[in-house]
Design a binder for this molecule. Structure first.
Ligand SMILES: Nc1ncnc2c1ncn2[C@@H]1O[C@H](COP(=O)(O)OP(=O)(O)OP(=O)(O)O)[C@@H](O)[C@H]1O
Length: 592
């Protein structure tokens, strides 16, 4: 139905062509019947006789049918693949639009929603046009079957009804069987198999998989997962084989009965040779009614649209709030977390339970905490990528939930530790800080601020250089060089109006001096903005105006570096430990 609604003209055109293609073999069978009937008289009377003339005319028609079949089939194939590609684009665009429209990250983090999203993405990435291929193949295959039924009916209507009925029953039984064994029901087993195959294919994982000798393990797991899938499929297929066998016995009996009775009628002269020829060809053609090739594709393709719809509904459910207030500028006074509770979907243990934090606008804040303390989660909440389950986050007194998410995010520039390395030109990798900035001067200026000029100077085609070795002319960068590019991206966002700048450990791959240099420069250049720095290096964090320590979902310490050191708490202890390590390393000649 979706096909008809979305592409009425293509469906109608192809359907009509399929009917025509179905009729041609039936016409051919009638012509062969006429030929067989007329040939003996033509042989006897010569080609100049009336019978000879009829044979010639029939042969001309046969040729016309053969040519027409080739031409119409050619047009059908062209139209079918054009439709296939257009449907593919339609489906992929819907999946992409739905995924990108998700305002927050639940779609990826909630187990059920992630399963729907995975399934839709899987569909979009692998033969999404199955449904078109299936239906167009089905029409193409079944139309001659239907025409054969008409053909048999012209000779012997009862035989047509009986044999057609048995073929239809067989077709339905085989279809049901196919549905039961539908691999693309995409259960958990297939999802896991998908994941194992991706481990083997992703360039980001290629190093580790080889270094740890995981190649055989991954291949083995993939094979085992498929064995589970195939086992499930065969178990499903074994159901009800008896009635299918019985149907085939009934078919043989019906065909055999019709042929015996037809032979008897031919012997007593009540059925002519032309009728017998047409009948036999028609019986053969009826088998097309139970052809399974197209059903396979339809079974694979049918869940695509409902799955995409499910994905769209899941995303729509996330964005039911009325349009929020547009944010014209950054926070003038503060961003506050008041009694914030947040737990990830499917996790009972909350990351925050009653978190209170005031971030004063125009100052720098350092966040410290052990791994898993919730530093990144706090930033995701601040950027509106997650929503608190209790408590409030306010910007100058307005609840974040009441602000327009896009316009708020334009005020926030965050570079996460796992920032994206786009396999695109350097210009895009930096310019994505603000999609409206396409001015090379501004991009160069941002690169300068981020200390990335040297990186750009080393690129063979400057800003046009593709940052990926997987494409011709592309280059890859070192971890530290990538981080400078990511910082330049943040600087572009600042140029474009971001007023809250977050660096969530994107500089961890820089050496200590380079990181300190970047932060000094960063704090200088972003003076007057609200900046948040997350780092495990105290030498970096100490430069912030104020530092908070996150512990067990709350702020356990709060103050300037000197205040926290003087307080002698966790911060002071960890700072002393790290300072001692660097001191020892420096004594040992290590640059740390
Ligand atoms: N997408 C997620 N789904 C479920 N749990 C998550 C998710 N992301 C993080 N967590 C959990 O939330 C807690 C806080 O994680 P978060 O990444 O915010 O910590 P962090 O302080 O930034 O850690 P690190 O210093 O290691 O970067 C951890 O227990 C982590 O396991």
């Amino acid at each position: 139905m979706t096909l008809v609604r979305a592409f009425p003209a293509s469906v109608t055109f192809l359907f009509m062509l399929a009917l025509l293609l179905g009729a041609l073999p039936a016409i051919f069978a009638l012509l062969v019947g006429r030929l067989v009937e007329t040939l003996p008289a033509a042989v006897e009377g010569g080609m100049g006789s009336a019978a000879g003339g009829r044979v010639v005319t029939t042969l001309v028609w046969v040729t016309a049918v053969l040519v027409a079949r080739e031409v119409v089939d050619g047009v059908y194939q062209v139209a079918k693949w054009d439709f296939y590609r257009r449907y593919e684009e339609y489906l992929m665009a819907r999946v992409m639009r739905a995924t990108l429209a998700a305002p927050r990250l639940e779609l990826f983090e909630d187990r059920e929603q992630a399963a729907v999203a995975d399934k839709a993405v899987h569909i979009a990435g692998w033969e999404p046009g199955d449904l078109v291929d299936g239906w167009t193949t089905k029409w193409r295959v079944q139309a001659p079957g239907l025409a054969s039924a008409v053909l048999v009916a012209t000779v012997w209507p009862i035989a047509a009804v009986v044999v057609t009925a048995v073929w239809v029953l067989i077709s339905r039984r085989l279809q049901a069987d196919l549905h039961r064994s539908d691999l693309y029901a995409y259960g958990e087993a297939l999802r896991h198999a998908d994941y194992y195959s991706r481990i083997g294919q992703r360039i980001e994982w290629a190093k580790e998989v080889r270094v740890f000798g995981l190649v055989d393990w991954v291949a083995g797991r993939f094979g085992r997962q498929w064995a589970v899938i195939l086992d499930e499929m065969w178990k499903a297929r074994r159901v009800d084989q008896r009635s299918t066998t019985l149907l085939f016995v009934a078919l043989a009996a019906a065909n055999g009965g019709v042929l015996v009775l037809a032979a008897r009628s031919a012997a007593d002269g009540s059925l002519g040779i032309a009728g017998l020829t047409v009948l036999v060809q028609g019986l053969l053609g009826l088998a097309a009614l139970a052809d399974q090739d197209a059903d396979n594709l339809i079974v694979y393709g049918s869940p695509h649209i409902p799955t995409v719809r499910e994905l769209e509904q899941a995303v729509a459910a996330q964005s039911t709030r009325p349009a929020g207030t547009l944010v014209a500028s950054g926070p003038a006074h503060e961003v506050r977390f008041d009694g914030v509770r947040f737990a990830y979907p499917g996790r009972e243990e909350p990351v925050f339970d009653g978190l209170d934090l005031r971030i004063e606008a125009g100052t720098s804040l350092g966040i410290v905490g052990i791994n898993g303390a919730g530093k990144t989660t706090l930033i995701k909440l601040l950027a509106g990528l997650e929503a608190p389950q209790a408590g409030r986050i306010t910007v100058d007194g307005t609840d974040l939930a009441d602000l327009d998410p896009d316009s708020w995010r334009r005020r926030v520039a965050a570079i996460f530790q796992d920032f994206v390395r786009y396999e695109l030109p350097a210009r895009d990798n930096i310019g994505f800080g603000s999609i409206d900035v396409r001015d090379d001067e501004r991009i160069a200026e941002a690169a300068h601020r981020a200390g990335a000029n040297d990186v750009l100077a080393g690129l063979p085609n400057g800003l046009d250089t593709l940052l990926s070795r997987r494409f011709p002319g592309g280059v890859d960068l070192s971890g530290g060089q990538w981080q400078r590019i990511a910082l330049a991206r943040a600087m572009v966002a600042v140029q474009a109006g971001a007023r809250v700048l977050v660096l969530d450990e994107p500089t961890a791959q820089l050496d200590v001096r380079a990181e300190a240099d970047i932060y000094d420069r960063f704090l200088d250049l972003t003076h007057g903005l609200t900046t948040i720095v997350i780092s495990h290096r105290f030498s970096t964090v100490r430069r912030a105006d104020r530092i908070v320590v996150l512990d067990a979902g709350r702020i356990s310490e709060d103050g300037s570096h000197d205040e926290l050191v003087a307080a002698g708490g966790t911060y002071a202890r960890l700072f002393a430990k790290q300072a001692q390590r660097y001191h020892d390393a420096a004594d040992g000649g290590d640059d740390a």
